[in-house]
Design a protein around this ligand. Structure first.
Ligand code: PGA
Length: 254
Protein backbone atom coordinates (compact mmCIF):
# COMPACT_ATOMS: atom_id res chain seq x y z
CA UNK A 1 0.00 0.00 0.00
CA UNK A 2 1.51 3.32 -1.06
CA UNK A 3 1.16 6.00 1.58
CA UNK A 4 1.50 9.70 1.07
CA UNK A 5 5.01 10.75 2.06
CA UNK A 6 5.31 13.15 4.96
CA UNK A 7 8.23 15.50 5.59
CA UNK A 8 8.37 17.17 8.99
CA UNK A 9 10.54 20.16 9.87
CA UNK A 10 11.65 20.28 13.50
CA UNK A 11 12.97 23.75 14.30
CA UNK A 12 13.79 22.76 17.91
CA UNK A 13 14.84 25.84 19.98
CA UNK A 14 17.12 27.09 17.21
CA UNK A 15 15.29 30.26 16.18
CA UNK A 16 14.11 33.23 18.22
CA UNK A 17 10.60 34.59 17.69
CA UNK A 18 11.23 37.06 14.83
CA UNK A 19 13.41 34.52 13.00
CA UNK A 20 10.70 31.85 13.37
CA UNK A 21 8.02 34.13 11.92
CA UNK A 22 10.31 35.17 9.07
CA UNK A 23 11.10 31.55 8.17
CA UNK A 24 7.40 30.63 8.31
CA UNK A 25 6.69 33.41 5.81
CA UNK A 26 9.41 32.08 3.51
CA UNK A 27 7.97 28.56 3.77
CA UNK A 28 4.52 29.87 2.93
CA UNK A 29 5.82 31.47 -0.27
CA UNK A 30 8.08 28.59 -1.35
CA UNK A 31 5.55 25.81 -0.73
CA UNK A 32 2.72 27.43 -2.69
CA UNK A 33 2.84 24.78 -5.40
CA UNK A 34 4.83 21.83 -6.68
CA UNK A 35 4.75 19.73 -3.51
CA UNK A 36 1.08 18.71 -3.48
CA UNK A 37 1.91 15.00 -3.67
CA UNK A 38 3.57 15.16 -0.21
CA UNK A 39 2.44 16.21 3.22
CA UNK A 40 4.63 18.98 4.69
CA UNK A 41 4.61 19.79 8.40
CA UNK A 42 6.49 22.38 10.42
CA UNK A 43 7.06 22.13 14.18
CA UNK A 44 8.19 25.51 15.54
CA UNK A 45 8.75 26.46 19.19
CA UNK A 46 5.49 26.42 21.16
CA UNK A 47 5.49 30.16 21.81
CA UNK A 48 5.15 31.03 18.11
CA UNK A 49 2.71 28.32 17.03
CA UNK A 50 -0.43 30.47 17.19
CA UNK A 51 1.23 33.30 15.26
CA UNK A 52 2.62 30.91 12.64
CA UNK A 53 -0.83 29.40 12.26
CA UNK A 54 -1.97 32.79 10.96
CA UNK A 55 0.99 32.99 8.55
CA UNK A 56 0.33 29.50 7.14
CA UNK A 57 -3.46 29.97 6.87
CA UNK A 58 -4.82 28.92 3.50
CA UNK A 59 -1.52 27.31 2.52
CA UNK A 60 -0.33 23.74 2.10
CA UNK A 61 1.79 23.32 5.22
CA UNK A 62 0.48 21.66 8.38
CA UNK A 63 1.50 22.80 11.83
CA UNK A 64 2.90 20.61 14.61
CA UNK A 65 4.25 21.01 18.14
CA UNK A 66 7.50 19.66 19.57
CA UNK A 67 6.00 18.42 22.83
CA UNK A 68 2.79 18.02 24.84
CA UNK A 69 1.78 17.06 28.38
CA UNK A 70 -0.10 13.88 29.35
CA UNK A 71 -2.87 15.42 31.48
CA UNK A 72 -5.90 17.21 30.16
CA UNK A 73 -5.67 20.16 32.58
CA UNK A 74 -4.63 21.04 36.13
CA UNK A 75 -1.77 22.23 38.31
CA UNK A 76 1.11 21.40 35.95
CA UNK A 77 3.23 24.52 35.82
CA UNK A 78 4.84 25.13 32.47
CA UNK A 79 3.04 22.37 30.60
CA UNK A 80 0.84 22.56 27.48
CA UNK A 81 -2.20 20.36 26.84
CA UNK A 82 -3.45 18.59 23.73
CA UNK A 83 -6.44 20.91 23.57
CA UNK A 84 -4.23 24.03 23.73
CA UNK A 85 -2.15 22.76 20.82
CA UNK A 86 -5.27 22.14 18.79
CA UNK A 87 -6.65 25.55 19.62
CA UNK A 88 -3.35 27.07 18.45
CA UNK A 89 -3.74 25.31 15.09
CA UNK A 90 -1.69 22.10 15.41
CA UNK A 91 -2.48 18.92 13.57
CA UNK A 92 0.65 17.02 14.64
CA UNK A 93 2.75 16.66 17.77
CA UNK A 94 6.20 15.16 18.31
CA UNK A 95 6.42 12.88 21.33
CA UNK A 96 9.59 11.60 23.01
CA UNK A 97 12.26 13.27 20.90
CA UNK A 98 15.67 11.96 21.99
CA UNK A 99 16.76 15.44 23.06
CA UNK A 100 13.93 15.43 25.61
CA UNK A 101 14.84 11.91 26.65
CA UNK A 102 18.45 13.02 27.13
CA UNK A 103 18.10 16.49 28.72
CA UNK A 104 14.74 16.24 30.46
CA UNK A 105 14.91 12.58 31.40
CA UNK A 106 11.71 11.78 29.57
CA UNK A 107 11.25 8.02 29.65
CA UNK A 108 9.03 5.63 27.72
CA UNK A 109 6.47 5.51 30.50
CA UNK A 110 5.97 9.27 30.08
CA UNK A 111 5.99 8.88 26.31
CA UNK A 112 3.30 6.20 26.62
CA UNK A 113 1.16 8.51 28.78
CA UNK A 114 1.58 11.35 26.31
CA UNK A 115 0.62 9.11 23.42
CA UNK A 116 -2.48 7.91 25.27
CA UNK A 117 -3.53 11.49 25.98
CA UNK A 118 -3.01 12.55 22.35
CA UNK A 119 -5.02 9.59 21.11
CA UNK A 120 -7.82 10.23 23.60
CA UNK A 121 -8.58 13.11 21.29
CA UNK A 122 -9.14 11.95 17.77
CA UNK A 123 -7.72 14.90 15.82
CA UNK A 124 -4.06 15.41 16.79
CA UNK A 125 -1.63 13.03 15.09
CA UNK A 126 1.31 11.81 17.22
CA UNK A 127 4.86 11.49 15.88
CA UNK A 128 6.52 9.04 18.27
CA UNK A 129 10.33 9.11 18.26
CA UNK A 130 12.46 6.06 18.86
CA UNK A 131 16.15 5.40 18.29
CA UNK A 132 19.25 3.81 19.77
CA UNK A 133 22.36 5.56 21.12
CA UNK A 134 25.82 4.97 19.70
CA UNK A 135 26.71 2.91 22.77
CA UNK A 136 23.71 0.65 22.29
CA UNK A 137 24.48 0.29 18.61
CA UNK A 138 28.12 -0.59 19.24
CA UNK A 139 27.11 -3.12 21.89
CA UNK A 140 25.00 -4.89 19.26
CA UNK A 141 21.77 -4.10 21.14
CA UNK A 142 20.12 -1.96 18.50
CA UNK A 143 17.26 -4.23 17.49
CA UNK A 144 16.45 -5.09 21.08
CA UNK A 145 16.41 -1.40 22.11
CA UNK A 146 14.11 -0.43 19.25
CA UNK A 147 11.62 -3.23 19.87
CA UNK A 148 11.65 -2.46 23.60
CA UNK A 149 11.01 1.27 22.99
CA UNK A 150 8.09 0.45 20.71
CA UNK A 151 6.58 -1.95 23.21
CA UNK A 152 6.91 0.52 26.07
CA UNK A 153 5.51 3.44 24.10
CA UNK A 154 2.73 1.63 22.24
CA UNK A 155 1.89 -1.50 24.21
CA UNK A 156 -1.77 -1.54 25.25
CA UNK A 157 -2.67 1.47 23.10
CA UNK A 158 -6.09 1.30 21.40
CA UNK A 159 -6.62 3.11 18.12
CA UNK A 160 -9.87 4.28 16.62
CA UNK A 161 -10.22 3.32 12.98
CA UNK A 162 -9.52 6.79 11.58
CA UNK A 163 -6.54 7.56 13.83
CA UNK A 164 -3.05 7.91 12.37
CA UNK A 165 0.28 7.36 14.12
CA UNK A 166 3.74 8.25 12.84
CA UNK A 167 6.82 6.46 14.13
CA UNK A 168 10.03 8.42 13.62
CA UNK A 169 13.13 6.25 13.67
CA UNK A 170 15.93 8.59 14.71
CA UNK A 171 19.21 6.97 15.71
CA UNK A 172 20.58 9.26 18.42
CA UNK A 173 24.08 9.14 16.92
CA UNK A 174 22.74 10.52 13.63
CA UNK A 175 20.89 13.53 15.04
CA UNK A 176 22.64 16.83 14.34
CA UNK A 177 25.95 15.07 13.76
CA UNK A 178 26.13 14.96 9.97
CA UNK A 179 26.50 11.19 10.35
CA UNK A 180 23.60 9.88 8.31
CA UNK A 181 22.52 6.25 8.27
CA UNK A 182 22.98 4.37 5.01
CA UNK A 183 19.68 3.95 3.17
CA UNK A 184 20.12 0.18 3.28
CA UNK A 185 20.56 0.23 7.04
CA UNK A 186 17.53 2.51 7.41
CA UNK A 187 15.48 0.12 5.28
CA UNK A 188 16.54 -2.78 7.46
CA UNK A 189 15.62 -0.94 10.67
CA UNK A 190 12.27 0.10 9.23
CA UNK A 191 11.58 -3.56 8.48
CA UNK A 192 12.28 -4.45 12.12
CA UNK A 193 10.06 -1.60 13.33
CA UNK A 194 7.27 -2.65 11.01
CA UNK A 195 7.44 -6.28 12.14
CA UNK A 196 7.34 -5.20 15.75
CA UNK A 197 4.33 -2.95 15.11
CA UNK A 198 2.56 -5.79 13.30
CA UNK A 199 3.05 -7.89 16.46
CA UNK A 200 1.43 -5.16 18.52
CA UNK A 201 -1.46 -4.10 16.27
CA UNK A 202 -1.85 -6.55 13.39
CA UNK A 203 -1.01 -6.00 9.75
CA UNK A 204 -4.23 -4.29 8.75
CA UNK A 205 -3.84 -1.43 11.21
CA UNK A 206 -0.16 -1.02 10.35
CA UNK A 207 -0.93 -0.79 6.63
CA UNK A 208 -3.74 1.69 7.06
CA UNK A 209 -2.88 3.79 10.10
CA UNK A 210 0.88 3.87 10.61
CA UNK A 211 3.70 5.61 8.78
CA UNK A 212 7.36 4.96 9.61
CA UNK A 213 9.71 7.83 8.87
CA UNK A 214 13.47 8.41 9.27
CA UNK A 215 15.27 11.31 10.95
CA UNK A 216 18.91 12.21 11.54
CA UNK A 217 21.16 14.51 9.46
CA UNK A 218 19.02 14.40 6.33
CA UNK A 219 19.79 17.17 3.82
CA UNK A 220 19.25 17.91 0.15
CA UNK A 221 22.51 16.15 -0.75
CA UNK A 222 21.73 12.78 0.86
CA UNK A 223 17.93 12.67 0.56
CA UNK A 224 17.99 10.95 -2.84
CA UNK A 225 19.23 7.75 -1.18
CA UNK A 226 15.95 7.55 0.77
CA UNK A 227 13.61 8.32 -2.08
CA UNK A 228 13.95 4.86 -3.62
CA UNK A 229 13.11 2.95 -0.45
CA UNK A 230 9.48 2.00 -0.33
CA UNK A 231 9.32 1.20 3.38
CA UNK A 232 10.29 4.77 4.33
CA UNK A 233 7.16 6.90 4.47
CA UNK A 234 8.86 10.21 5.12
CA UNK A 235 11.47 12.20 7.00
CA UNK A 236 11.94 14.24 10.15
CA UNK A 237 14.38 17.05 9.40
CA UNK A 238 16.14 19.26 11.94
CA UNK A 239 19.09 21.43 10.89
CA UNK A 240 18.35 21.32 7.16
CA UNK A 241 14.82 22.66 7.72
CA UNK A 242 16.13 26.01 8.97
CA UNK A 243 16.66 27.23 5.41
CA UNK A 244 13.47 27.35 3.34
CA UNK A 245 15.13 26.57 0.00
CA UNK A 246 17.11 23.64 1.43
CA UNK A 247 13.97 22.20 3.01
CA UNK A 248 12.05 22.67 -0.25
CA UNK A 249 14.70 20.69 -2.11
CA UNK A 250 14.46 17.85 0.41
CA UNK A 251 10.68 17.73 0.01
CA UNK A 252 10.92 17.77 -3.78
CA UNK A 253 13.62 15.11 -3.96
CA UNK A 254 12.04 12.60 -1.60
P1 PGA B 1 18.86 16.76 12.34
O1 PGA B 1 17.73 16.57 13.44
O2 PGA B 1 18.19 16.68 11.01
O3 PGA B 1 19.45 18.11 12.62
O4 PGA B 1 19.84 15.65 12.53
C1 PGA B 1 16.72 15.63 13.29
C2 PGA B 1 15.81 15.62 14.49
O5 PGA B 1 16.29 15.78 15.62
O6 PGA B 1 14.60 15.45 14.35
Amino acid sequence: MVKQKIIIANWKMKLDMPASLALAKEYQVKFKSGTEDKEVVVCPATIVIAEINKILAGGKIWLGAQNVFWEERGAYTGEISVKMLEQAGCRYVIIGHSERRQYLLENYQMIHQKLKEVLSDSRLIPIVCIGETLKEKEAGKRDYVIVDQLQQALGGIQLLSQQQVIIAYEPVWAIGTGQVITPLDAENMHEIIRASLVDLFGIDIINKQFRIIYGGSVDSANVAGFSELDNIDGLLVGGASLKAEEFLQIVKKL
